[in-house]
Design a protein around this ligand. Structure first.
Ligand SMILES: NC(=O)c1ccc[n+]([C@@H]2O[C@H](COP(=O)([O-])OP(=O)(O)OC[C@H]3O[C@@H](n4cnc5c(N)ncnc54)[C@H](OP(=O)(O)O)[C@@H]3O)[C@@H](O)[C@H]2O)c1
Length: 261
């Protein structure tokens, strides 16, 4: 989907990656709606990029519908949804706070599905749309202390794969970004959990992972959307692992359902 002139609804727009996505979208001539909960950061971003700000809490049941309605009032229905908002959950499951767990599942998994469910009929009618899912290598491999967070990201990746099949021939594309560690406050928080940090340190030492630069990551993601590519796997050195993890799933799907691709 060519981003120039497209209406892009970007969630998590005030975060480390979201800010760079918003700036990159503005530079590419997209009409952008940016959203997050914090009004001040959102207004500052909107002033800098010319985006339309909408405050929304996507972990609440009505958040996705309210966001979609508010974004359409400025720019019409979105052509592109960028599902970027998420929170990390770090630690042993029995140490996690109950409301943090519920909010993370709601924000990371339910909200993108609900936003997509609501936006799809219009996209289908217009035969135009693109869905971008910001997932994680934590959804591909099990990192210690990141099991529940990884489950939300694996769910996102799986939902996007199912949707890709449903959208064949519809004019609506999908891009899934499977990202390794990004230089960010989210990653800093994950690293405070010693078993997670030990796994990341080992991966860095063996050079199978490196910390990604947020601006370069955002640019690579937007390039993939502009080119209509279904996957972005970063860092490049980790891409074969994500593809390797997906391969048996494709073979099993072919065997169980007869569906290719
Ligand atoms: N950072 C990494 O190392 C890394 C690695 C792989 C994948 N990813 C993925 O990349 C994406 C962006 O990560 P990031 O590091 O840029 O995150 P971040 O800096 O923590 O930003 C999170 C964004 O989500 C918003 N948000 C949080 N709770 C919300 C809620 N209930 N409703 C609506 N918005 C909410 C935040 O704004 P408010 O708090 O104001 O609402 C903020 O704009 C995420 O999907 C993450 O899983 C990140």
């Amino acid at each position: 989907m060519r981003l120039h002139g497209a209406h892009v609804l970007l969630t998590g727009a005030t975060g480390t990656i979201g800010t760079r996505l918003a700036e990159g979208l503005a530079a590419r001539g997209a009409r952008v709606t940016v959203t997050a909960r914090g009004r001040d950061a959102l207004d500052a971003l909107a002033a800098r990029t010319g985006a339309h700000p909408v405050v929304a809490d996507l972990a609440t049941p009505g958040g996705p519908a309210e966001l979609l309605a508010a974004s359409a009032s400025a720019h019409g229905p979105p052509d592109v949804l960028v599902h970027n908002a998420a929170v990390e959950l770090v630690g042993r499951l029995d140490d996690l706070d109950a409301s943090a767990l519920a909010d993370a599942v709601a924000l990371n998994l339910r909200a993108p599905l609900e936003l997509t469910r609501l936006a799809l009929p219009g996209m289908r009618a217009r035969r135009r749309g693109h869905l971008v899912w910001v997932s994680s290598l934590a959804g591909v491999a099990t990192f210690p202390g990141l099991g529940p967070y990884g489950a939300t990201k694996a769910g996102l990746t799986r939902a996007a794969a199912g949707l890709r099949l449903e959208l064949r021939g519809s004019g609506i594309g999908t891009t899934v970004a499977e990202l390794g560690p990004v230089d960010s406050s989210m990653m800093d928080r994950a690293r405070r959990h010693a078993p997670a940090e030990a796994a990341f340190a080992r991966a860095r030492r063996l050079r199978v992972l490196r910390d990604l630069d947020p601006a370069a990551t955002a640019e690579a993601l937007l390039d993939a959307v502009d080119a209509g590519r279904p996957h972005v796997r970063l860092p490049r050195r980790a891409a074969p692992f994500a593809a390797l993890a997906a391969a048996p799933g494709l073979a099993v799907r072919l065997a169980l359902t007869g569906i290719r691709g």
